[in-house]
Design a protein around this ligand. Structure first.
Ligand code: AMP
Length: 474
C-alpha cells in the first residue's frame, strides 16, 4: 500500500468513529469464524466496513473491506484466517472518511513484528500525536493509525510498557483491542466513554464492544474492562497489566439512548430496560391524550412500550421497517438520506386512519427522520400526530466517536422546540428531560458523559488543529 499524503485530507475525515470491536484468544478454535459471528451481532455499531486480523504466533493474516460483515466474509476467505488470536472491527459510516484505507483493524508491520488494532472512539488530540511521529510513514487518515503507530514506535521494550507509556498521551475516547504475535490486549480510556466487556468462551477469553456479541457466540459475560484499565490475554490467562490513568467514569449516555443494542448490558444495566424506563418517565413528564402509542422501530420500540405502560394508552405497530436498509445515517448526502427514510418505514394506512397517534423515538438529530414520518402518517389520515422523544434535544457535537453532524446541522442547536415542532409538522413535540434520562439509566449523573445534550465535555476537546472541532465549537 502506498503511504498517503496526509496534508491532502481534511481532518474532518478522521473524526467520527462509532464502531464495534471484538477480540478472542483461543488456541485450537476457529477464531476467525467466532469473530465473524461476533462482528455480525455488532453490525449496528458500524456498517461501512469490516475487518478481521488473525495471528498464528508467527504471521498475521487479515481481510478488510468496505461493506457489511456478510458481504466482506465468506466460508472460503474465513478459512484462510488461521491462527489462535483474532481481532475484528466494524466501521461506522462517516461523511468523508469512507475509504478502504480507513477500514480496520489497522495493521502496523515492522522488524519481524506486527501490531493489529481495532478502535472504537475518537482521539481528540490525534493531530498533535501525529506531529510527534516524525519520519513515520502513514497509510490512512485515521486517528486509530496515529495511536497504533504511537504505541508501535514507543521506545519501551515490551508491548505492555509501550501501551502503558504511549496511551498516557491519548486524549479522547478509546476502547481498543490489539493483537501482537502471541497476545491479545484490550484497553479503555481513563473516562471509559465507550463500552468494552470481557467474556469467557470454553475457558478462553473474549473481549467485545457489547454483551450482545458474547450472547451470540455463547460466551459468558465476566465484567467490563475498567476505565483506564489495560489487560493482556495470553497462555497464562487474563492479567491487568496497569492503568493508563484513573479519571472518574464518564460513560456515554447516548449509548443507552441509541447506539447499543437493547439486549446488551452496559455497566451491568440492560439497555432495553433503560429505554423502557425512559418512556415511562416521559409519559409522566409529557402526557398527551391519544389512541395509540407508536414506536419508530427499532430504536424507539423499548421506549414506546414504556410510554404505553405508564400512560395506559395501547401500544400498536404502525410503522413497518424494511430491515434490509441500514441505519439512515449511512447515506452521507442529505437528499439520499431523505429517500432513505421513506424507503425504511411504511405505515399501515388501515391502522393509522383517523387516529390520534403518539409517536415515540429515541432522538432527533437533524430532524430528517421525524419530518418524513409525520408527513407519511398525515398522508395516511392520522387525526393527530404527537411526537415524544426519549432523550433531551441533541444540541452539541460529540468528539468521542459518535457521528453527530456538524453542530449547525443539529436542529436543536439553533431552533427552539416549538420551531422544531413546526418544522416537522407535528401537533405537539416533547423531549425527555436530562434528569429523567439519567434517572432511567440508573447511573449517577457524575458517571456519565452528557455532552451532546448538555455541552459539558468531560475533557478539553479543542486542540486547535481539527477543522471539524473548530467548525463545531460555537
Ligand atoms: P435525524 O433524522 O437526523 O433527526 O436522526 C434521528 C434518527 O436517527 C432517529 O431515528 C435515531 O434513532 C437515529 N440516530 C440518532 N443518532 C444517530 C447516530 N449517531 N447515527 C445514526 N442514527 C442515529
Amino acid at each position: 500500500m502506498q503511504p498517503v499524503d496526509i496534508a491532502r485530507y481534511k481532518y474532518k475525515e478522521t473524526l467520527h468513529d462509532q464502531c464495534g470491536v471484538f477480540g478472542i484468544y483461543a488456541p485450537d478454535t476457529e477464531v476467525a469464524k467466532i469473530t465473524y459471528y461476533a462482528l455480525h451481532s455488532l453490525q449496528h455499531r458500524g456498517q461501512e466496513g469490516a475487518g478481521i486480523a488473525v495471528s498464528d504466533g508467527q504471521k498475521l493474516r487479515s481481510i478488510r473491506h468496505m461493506g457489511l460483515v456478510t458481504s466482506v466474509f465468506n466460508e472460503e476467505n474465513l478459512s484462510k484466517l488461521q491462527g489462535f488470536i483474532a481481532v475484528g472491527h466494524n466501521r461506522y459510516s462517516t461523511t468523508g472518511g469512507n475509504t478502504p484505507q480507513n477500514t480496520q483493524p489497522v495493521i502496523i508491520p515492522g522488524n519481524g513484528n506486527f501490531f493489529a488494532v481495532a478502535h472504537n472512539g475518537n482521539i481528540v488530540n490525534a493531530d498533535l500525536l501525529a506531529k510527534k511521529l516524525v519520519g513515520v510513514k502513514r497509510f490512512s487518515t485515521s486517528d486509530t493509525e496515529v495511536l497504533a503507530l504511537s504505541i508501535f514506535h514507543n521506545p519501551k521494550p515490551s508491548w505492555e510498557e509501550k501501551i502503558l507509556a504511549a496511551s498516557k498521551d491519548f486524549i479522547g475516547a478509546y476502547s481498543i483491542i490489539a493483537v501482537t504475535k502471541n497476545k491479545l490486549f484490550a484497553f479503555r480510556d481513563p473516562w471509559g466513554i465507550r463500552p468494552l466487556v470481557i467474556g469467557k468462551l470454553n475457558g478462553y477469553y473474549v473481549v467485545a464492544s457489547e454483551t450482545c456479541a458474547l450472547d451470540t457466540i455463547g460466551a459468558n459475560y465476566i465484567r467490563d474492562v475498567g476505565n483506564g484499565e489495560v489487560i493482556s490475554i495470553d497462555s497464562s490467562g487474563l492479567t491487568t497489566i496497569g492503568m493508563i490513568g484513573k479519571k472518574p467514569l464518564k460513560f456515554c449516555l447516548f449509548e443507552y439512548v441509541y447506539l447499543a443494542r437493547p439486549d446488551s448490558l452496559l455497566n451491568d444495566v440492560l439497555v432495553h430496560e433503560v429505554r423502557q424506563r425512559s418512556g415511562k418517565i416521559l409519559a409522566h413528564e409529557a402526557p398527551v391524550a391519544g389512541d395509540l402509542v407508536v414506536a419508530v422501530p427499532d430504536s424507539g420500540t423499548s421506549a414506546a412500550l414504556g410510554y404505553s405502560q405508564a400512560s395506559g394508552i395501547p401500544f400498536g405497530e404502525v410503522l413497518i421497517k424494511n430491515r434490509y436498509i441500514g441505519r439512515t445515517f449511512i447515506a452521507p448526502e442529505q437528499h439520499i438520506r431523505e429517500q432513505g427514510v421513506k424507503a425504511k418505514f411504511n405505515p399501515m394506512k388501515k391502522i393509522v386512519f383517523g387516529k390520534r397517534l403518539i409517536v415515540v423515538d429515541d432522538s432527533i438529530v437533524r430532524g430528517t427522520t421525524m419530518k418524513k414520518i409525520v408527513e407519511v402518517l398525515r398522508k395516511c389520515g392520522a387525526r393527530e400526530v404527537h411526537i415524544r422523544i426519549c432523550s433531551p434535544p441533541v444540541r452539541h457535537s460529540c468528539y468521542f466517536g459518535v457521528d453527530t453532524p456538524n453542530r449547525k446541522h443539529l436542529i436543536a442547536s439553533h431552533r427552539k422546540i416549538s420551531a422544531i415542532n413546526s418544522f416537522i409538522g407535528s401537533d405537539s413535540l416533547r423531549f425527555l428531560s436530562l434528569k429523567g434520562l439519567i434517572k432511567a439509566s440508573k447511573l449517577k449523573a457524575s458517571r456519565l458523559c452528557t455532552a451532546c445534550f448538555s455541552g459539558k465535555y468531560p475533557m478539553k476537546v479543542n486542540y486547535g488543529f481539527s477543522k471539524n472541532i473548530l467548525e463545531n465549537v460555537c
